[in-house]
Design a protein around this ligand. Structure first.
Ligand code: ACO
Length: 327
């Protein structure tokens, strides 16, 4: 009998402060109407100084562990998907491990931008299929506001901060993760990048002068690539599971732009009720967007037993991927 990976707890945590589109009208040359109609975003949560990535991640983890009824000391592994860690070393995963007191757990960060949470789920799934008793915490956590140029209207209206977490274990029952598919195309990396603050450009003065500490995005090009990649990875998942669009009960996509979500739904032939949307509240929270959405859907009671859920994501790198599951 095959082993499946199941989610036994979800949690999420958002910063205290909300920044509305109206607030941004006072900062850059934009309007609430432009942001809503071009992106679907109404507001986003922005971290205060004390709300570090590891703080948000730990808070979301506590809620997921609480729901799962799992003690931190019983965790075997912690994976944090992020591109905005507190610092290069130690990893966010190690900071979370320490905060939780998860002494037995291995811990590492995983960087696959907005697809990071699905990459993390896929890695955890491989561990659990080897040992169904393992308990793994996968977190998506980002503080993108600190890598955002608040004078660049083409990016600053898009992003938000937050964290989401799931606790995973194995079962012999016929439910849980059914498939995962991961993809990347590094040749298009320049379309969406943060050039500085790695080791390629060690001179801080050069980085600050050129603004390389901030996200740069060729929005229109990224949009086209995102729609194409998300559609293709969704069909790939459907085919792998012998599903048609009708078999998908709920599509939870990375929340980057409501127009991308609507186009994807149309191309897969999904009715509007099957497409989970919360971008209006949070903006694009990168690796955190899917676990935040999962937690929200779970706590609203939307994730009923037997539900076919398709998760898809696309982000810088480029990276994209899918996870199909039966709840
Ligand atoms: N307010 C008002 N006008 C604006 C704003 C703004 N905030 N931002 C841009 N504009 C203007 C532009 O200057 C441009 O003006 P022009 O025609 O006079 O030159 C006009 O609006 C249209 O700009 P576009 O960039 O073509 O607008 P578009 O409709 O493509 O929307 C957006 C931009 C929202 C960024 C969209 O392209 C998008 O969502 N792209 C994909 C994002 C994505 O999926 N990212 C991947 C994941 S994120 C990650 O990995 C971190």
């Amino acid at each position: 009998m095959s082993i499946h990976t199941i989610i036994i707890g979800t949690g999420s945590h958002l910063p205290d402060s909300v920044v509305t589109n109206k607030d941004l009208e006072g900062r850059v040359n934009t309007t609430d109407e432009w942001i809503r109609s071009r992106t679907g975003i109404h507001q986003r949560y922005i971290a205060n100084d004390h709300e570090t990535n590891s703080y948000l991640a730990t808070q979301s983890a506590r809620k997921a562990l609480d729901m799962a009824g799992v003690r931190p000391q019983d965790l075997d592994l912690i994976i944090v998907s992020t591109m905005t860690p507190d610092m290069p070393m130690p990893s966010v995963a190690c900071l979370v491990q320490n905060e939780l007191g998860a002494k037995k757990a291995g811990a590492f960060d995983l960087q696959a931008t907005c697809s990071g949470f699905l990459y993390g789920l896929s890695v955890a799934d491989k561990f659990i299929r080897d040992n169904r008793r393992m308990k793994i915490l996968v977190i998506g956590s980002e503080v993108l506001s600190r890598r955002t140029n608040w004078e660049d209207r083409s990016t600053c209206v898009l992003f938000g901060d937050g964290a989401g977490a799931v606790v995973l274990t194995g079962t012999k029952e016929d439910r849980g993760i059914l498939s995962s598919h991961l993809h990347a195309d590094g040749s298009l990396g320049d379309l969406l990048t943060i050039r500085g603050l790695g080791t390629a450009h060690p001179e801080l003065s050069e980085i600050l002068e050129k603004g390389w500490q901030y996200i740069e995005m060729q929005g229109r090009e990224v949009f086209k690539c995102a729609v194409k990649a998300l559609e293709s990875v969704a069909w790939e998942a459907l085919e792998a599971n012998g599903w048609t669009g009708d078999d998908v009960d709920l599509l939870i996509s990375h929340q980057a732009n409501i127009r991308i979500l609507n186009l994807l739904g149309e191309r897969l032939g999904l009715s509007k009720e099957k497409i989970f949307i919360n971008i209006h509240k949070y903006g694009n929270t990168s690796a955190a967007s899917i676990p935040i959405a999962l937690d929200e859907a779970n706590r609203k009671g939307i994730l009923v037993s037997g539900l076919h859920i398709l998760l898809v994501a696309f982000g810088g790198g480029f990276t994209w991927g899918s996870v199909a599951m039966r709840w």
